[in-house]
Design a protein around this ligand. Sequence first.
Ligand SMILES: Cc1cc2nc3c(=O)[nH]c(=O)nc-3n(C[C@H](O)[C@H](O)[C@H](O)COP(=O)(O)OP(=O)(O)OC[C@H]3O[C@@H](n4cnc5c(N)ncnc54)[C@H](O)[C@@H]3O)c2cc1C
Ligand code: FES
Length: 242
Amino acid sequence: MKVLITPLVKNERISKNIYRLSVEFYSKIKPGQFFMLKTTDNAFLLPRPISVNDVNENLISFLYRIEGEGTKKISSLHENDEIQIFGPLGNGFELENLKGKTAVIGGGIGIAPLLYLCKALGKKADVYLGYRDKENMYIFDEFKSFVNRCIVVTEDGSFGEKGFVTDYVDYENYDTVVTCGPEIMMNKIANNCKAQNIKCYVSLERRMACGIGACLGCTVETKTGNKRACKDGPVFDSEELI
Ligand SMILES: Cc1cc2nc3c(=O)[nH]c(=O)nc-3n(C[C@H](O)[C@H](O)[C@H](O)COP(=O)(O)OP(=O)(O)OC[C@H]3O[C@@H](n4cnc5c(N)ncnc54)[C@H](O)[C@@H]3O)c2cc1C
Ligand code: FES
């Protein structure tokens, strides 16, 4: 884990309110891990957790959607401006646990960390990507060369299949399911997997203040007691969660 103040290699808008930022980084990162990011001009602003979207040699990228002050400030940075990054944090996906045919299901900004995961899983994975509409879509075309099948669903049918991404998954075809996105979507997926006895891993995007397990601001209730999403997660076996 490192804290770095580093120049941005790129910070570009790739879709409505969504940006891709890249910096150089020289340590190993697991899919599903995240960093705490912040601009360097305001010591009082807390860093924001953002997942690793991709790693290409020594360049890591993050995809973020502007939600409020922190992400808005990050979006105003230009190439060569400095940013503070702290990570990699969290457990990430244990690839050896993702056995057999795997469905990777993402919704909204939860799709961002799944690209690096799909690159690692390769052709044993089918990816299901759910967006609100065509205007809010991003990086769907980048998955295609890595995975076996890429199914795109928009709620209004403006691109790909119409409806909710959860309606298009044939659970019985899979040994393992992985998901990241809105909690309501992940809940539905976890319940379907439980009913069909399929292993399911969820990546939680809780609000976080410290990112290192110190503040207990991201507590998650599990069958074995309270856990911290930042340190014990963000990836959990869905059976473990209450
Ligand atoms: C482990 C982890 C990984 C994440 N990865 C990404 C990523 O790759 N890309 C990305 O765009 N976002 C990601 N997020 C969410 C991101 O951290 C928040 O959107 C960000 O902190 C918002 O900061 P802000 O200052 O822009 O908005 P704020 O002013 O802090 O909040 C604006 C609005 O967003 C809501 N909000 C803030 N944080 C969250 C959250 N964690 N979940 C749901 N709603 C929230 C607030 O309630 C508020 O309504 C991740 C979160 C976690 C915990
Ligand atoms: S964010 Fe502080 S304990 Fe998780």
